[in-house]
Design a protein around this ligand. Structure first.
Ligand code: NAP
Length: 305
């Protein structure tokens, strides 16, 4: 039986409805959560991400500010901006869209964001709190995945979970969130040996490597829950044929744009083995934005009482 598709997009819609309802209730008391999104340079991908985050704020009733700065912006200028945003009471969340230009000291900029306004959960203080299972702002993508697993009633306690990837924004916090829910967690990375043998032990497999369709059927235990975080572009016609066959939607998008999206999971192969699978697009991506809204609301409630 093919895998059940876990519709992140529907879970994200439910989370956004809940946030909008709370924001509306706060508005009656004259309170409004606010997000500042900082975009440096003109990377088209980053521009799309920031615009959609700001647009979602508007849809849910949050206040937002989009601060666009030229590519030549210096570390010192960004530090001054962050200091200003830290001090403004109506700003509850500060989002610095990554990557920043190479000449900017990104770590220093991120470290200077007030941890209480760090709605991306990237600040070392928030990562430390997560490691210790103390309250704090959690990274949006893994927090969204936990919401999705819960809403699909996937058992986590006692499950064998394997996280492919150990990045600061996805793999590492994902592993910690699963650990704190009493999964038995294995973290894999580029130096892991016999990768498919390790991932085949997983009841829950999270793929966050950024490698096109790397997770094939040999990586997956029959019936496993597979969450595909990856966002990769298929730009080669041979890969399109191999990965999607004659899928008309994918062919049309490839012909129109010269590329089409694929995750870290080979969807055709893995859907024949897994019990559950998230689609790309429409899986993890929408959850990330929904959780950014939820984090901004949570940051407001915590900071402004
Ligand atoms: P990243 O910072 O590049 O980290 C990738 C991780 O994968 C690293 O830990 C790396 O290991 C590991 N890795 C790379 N190649 C591997 C291989 N061949 N075998 C085993 N492990 C390997 O990427 P990221 O930020 O975590 O993002 C991962 C993917 O998720 C990307 O496609 C990104 O676009 C996507 N993403 C999607 C969303 C969303 O909302 N949908 C959000 C965030 C990220 P080492 O540590 O050993 O180098």
């Amino acid at each position: 039986m093919p895998a059940k598709i876990m519709e992140g997009i529907s879970v994200a819609a439910a989370i956004k409805d809940e946030v909008a309802a709370e924001v509306a209730a706060l508005a009656t008391r004259g309170l409004r959560p606010g997000l500042a999104a900082v975009l440096v340079g003109s990377d088209p991908g980053s521009q799309i991400y920031v615009s959609s985050k700001v647009k979602t704020c508007g849809q849910l009733g949050l206040y937002s500010e989009k601060i666009e700065l030229p590519e030549t912006t210096t570390t010192e200028e960004l530090l001054a901006l962050v200091g200003d945003l830290n001090s403004r009471d109506e700003i509850d969340g500060i989002l610095i869209q990554l990557p920043l230009p190479k000449h900017v000291n990104s770590a220093l900029v991120l470290d200077n964001v007030d941890p209480a306004k760090d709605v991306d959960g990237f600040h070392r203080q928030n990562i430390g709190r997560l490691a210790l299972n103390e309250p704090g702002l959690r990274s949006c993508t893994p927090a969204g995945i936990m919401e999705m697993l819960d809403r699909y009633e996937i058992p986590i306690k006692g499950a064998r979970a394997v996280v492919l990837g150990r990045s600061r924004n996805v793999g590492l916090p994902m592993s910690l969130l699963l650990l704190h829910r009493n999964a038995t967690v294995t973290i894999c990375h580029s130096r892991t040996e016999n990768l498919p043998a390790v991932t085949r032990e997983a009841d829950i497999l999270i793929a966050a490597v950024g490698r096109m369709a790397m997770v094939d059927a040999t990586f997956v235990k029959p019936g496993a829950v597979v969450v595909d975080v990856g966002t990769n572009q298929v730009t080669d016609a041979g890969d399109l044929e191999r990965l999607f066959g004659d899928n008309p939607k994918k062919r049309a998008s490839f012909e129109k744009n010269g590329s089409t999206l694929i995750g870290d999971v080979n969807p055709r192969e893995v859907s024949e083995v897994a019990g559950y699978l998230t689609p790309v697009p429409g899986g993890v991506g929408p959850l990330t934005i929904a959780m950014l809204m939820k984090n901004t609301l949570a940051a407001m409630k915590r900071r402004r009482g």
